[in-house]
Design a protein around this ligand. Sequence first.
Ligand SMILES: [Zn+2]
Length: 117
Amino acid sequence: MHELSIAMQLVEQIVGVAEANQLPRVDEVELQTGVLRRVIPEMMQAAFKEATGNSIADGAVLKITDIPAKARCDQCALEFEPEADNFLCPECQVANVTVLEGNVIILKSVSCQADQS
Ligand SMILES: [Zn+2]
């Protein structure tokens, strides 16, 4: 289950950001996942819950957005959106491409609601 290892790393990052910003706790986390990483949102939510237990982000809401994939053909320089398993250039029909986007996981934001009490 690779979501859990992603979530564990994520928690380390979140704790670091929270400490740097002196947040007493974390209520919301925004995550951007490249589609090529094949993160399954449901699995990620479960892994996040498990990984954040007993941390500053315990109970935080996780928002996940996709980053579409983008690749450039090394032969004709065409940029296109590849399918998960299909990196064939639509022009040359050759799988000789450089992945430009869609292969990253980005911690977009960590936030703490203003204390209501
Ligand atoms: Zn091409």
